[in-house]
Ligand binder design. Structure first.
Ligand code: SF4
Length: 372
């Protein structure tokens, strides 16, 4: 039975509708397995996202022409080429070279600078591979490199140099052998690349393979696709997630409030029965400002997503120009604590290779009279 509403919108048309009503964050009420219907289904046809993916802009000159910005310091990066979907471009401010969305995707000559302390694998992920396609960084969790590709190429990406070819991304269930063999794994994280770049059928088979491992309780999906191509939230994807026995957590990746538009809101609302969290990266020239981050938190809350992590940028070769010094980051975070309710303040963290988890930065002001 096709439970999807059939009203369609053009895949690239900017919507003027207000966002739909938003489901509660982490709503625990689950539909019975035989009734995955969700009255917040998205309204796009099933292949709209693939058309958007195929139409993504890969030429710097075309991107600049679309946003009405002169070339300046932009460059055609070869090792990590430009890729940006048009629904994301539509949210950039025309004529503004400092637009925070444009800055996240536009390659510049600064990426070619060698900076001491910056390397291809600052997080030691190549040493964290339990087997091809599986990273084991933290106790109880296993990360599956489900895809070696992304819909957007974020210039600051911590995996921009990751050797995806040697991890057989997208190979399917065989890489889960390491998870099957270790009963301590309670949570499987689908990452990449972006796991939602798998087709609906491939994604459903992967989820079923994870669900078939008795000791796994939780499925976490790290994705930026609902941000850059909201049409990716298809009825088939929702059905797969609604029917699995696994508790589903979706970790989105918004960095700026301007990334939230009506299309995103609609896609996120359709995911509203799952736990929805957001992780951001603190980026120079994008969101290194407490007011900008506060606005992001409020917009996330409006669409039913809770801020989770604010990551310090990793020391990845080619990304030094995005760095924000720790003292400045702490000051920004303290300001967030001052202006937002606690549930809208993301944890400011740094990833340190070999550590037992993400390391929180000590940002709470010291009580008066305390030592140090
Ligand atoms: S979507 Fe995530 S993994 Fe892909 S380029 Fe952006 S930051 Fe990197």
């Amino acid at each position: 039975m096709n439970l999807v509403r059939t009203r369609m919108i053009p895949a690239t048309a900017a919507s003027t509708r207000r966002p739909p009503a938003v489901a509660r964050v982490g709503a625990s009420a689950r539909a019975p397995d035989d009734s995955p219907a969700n009255d917040l289904r998205p309204l796009w046809p099933p292949h709209a996202w693939r058309r958007e993916l195929a139409a993504a802009v890969t030429d710097v000159g075309e991107l600049l022409a679309l946003v009405g910005v002169a070339e300046g310091a932009a460059t055609a990066a070869t090792d990590f080429p430009l890729r940006v979907p048009r629904p994301y471009i539509a949210r950039m401010r025309h004529g503004d070279a400092a637009d925070p969305l444009l800055r996240q995707v536009l390659p510049t000559a600064r990426e070619a600078r060698a900076v001491p302390g910056y390397s291809a694998d600052p997080l030691g992920e190549r040493n964290a591979a339990a087997s091809p396609g599986i990273l084991r960084k933290y106790a109880g969790r296993a990360l599956v490199i489900a895809s070696g590709a992304c819909a957007v190429h974020c210039r600051y990406c911590f995996r921009r140099h990751f050797p995806y070819a040697s991890h057989r991304p997208g190979a399917g269930a065989p890489e889960l052998a390491a998870v099957r063999a270790d009963p301590s794994v309670r949570e499987v994280i689908l990452s990449g690349g972006d796991p939602l770049l798998l087709t609906d059928g491939h994604f459903a088979r992967l989820v079923a393979a994870v669900a078939a491992i008795d000791h796994v309780r939780t499925l976490r999906i790290h994705t930026r696709l609902p941000v850059v191509i909201p049409q990716r939230v298809t009825a088939a994807l929702l059905d797969t997630l609604a029917r699995t026995r696994l508790r589903v957590v979706v970790v989105l990746h918004f960095n700026h409030g301007n990334e939230v538009d009506d299309h995103c809101a609609r896609a996120i609302a359709a995911l509203g029965r799952f736990v929805l969290l957001n992780q951001s990266v603190l980026l120079r020239g994008v969101n290194d400002d407490a007011d900008v981050l506060a606005m992001l938190s409020e917009r996330l809350f409006d669409i039913g997503v809770l801020p989770y992590y604010l990551h310090m940028p990793d020391a990845v070769a080619g990304t030094a120009h995005f760095d924000v010094p720790e003292t400045e980051a702490v000051a920004i975070h303290r300001r967030l604590i001052a202006v937002l309710p606690g549930y809208l303040v993301p944890r400011l963290v740094r990833e340190i290779p070999g550590a037992e988890g993400k390391q929180p930065l000590p940002t709470a002001p010291r009580p008066p009279g305390s030592a140090g």
